[in-house]
Design a protein. Structure first.
Length: 103
């Protein structure tokens, strides 16, 4: 099972995207646990997930979150267009690609 964590200011704005990603995972037959948390809570869960994606509104936190991940967990920012259009399938595929690459 792939564990994907989305992080934003309060964990609320990503919750709709999480639902779209879960639907996409089901459609694609991908066994994934996808959750959203605030950036503060996400930092405490990095060791428990396969990838962390930050909402565009917290991209300024990217370096800090990568430091916490210490190269063990891929961390990146969700594409602003995909986030804005709530394109769950594209964001899910991006997360899976990051897990595969291990970056």
């Amino acid at each position: 099972m792939k564990k994907i964590l989305l992080a934003c200011n309060a964990g609320m704005s990503t919750s709709m995207l999480v639902q779209k990603m879960r639907a996409a995972a089901k459609e694609m037959n991908v066994d994934a646990e996808i959750n959203a948390l605030s950036i503060t809570e996400a930092n405490d869960r990095i060791a428990d997930v396969d990838v962390v994606l930050l909402g565009p509104q917290v991209k300024f936190q990217l370096d800090a979150v990568r430091k916490v991940a210490a190269g063990r967990t891929p961390v990146d920012v969700i594409n602003m267009r995909d986030y804005g259009t709530m394109n769950g399938k594209k964001v899910l595929q991006y997360a899976l690609d990051l897990i595969e690459k291990g970056e």
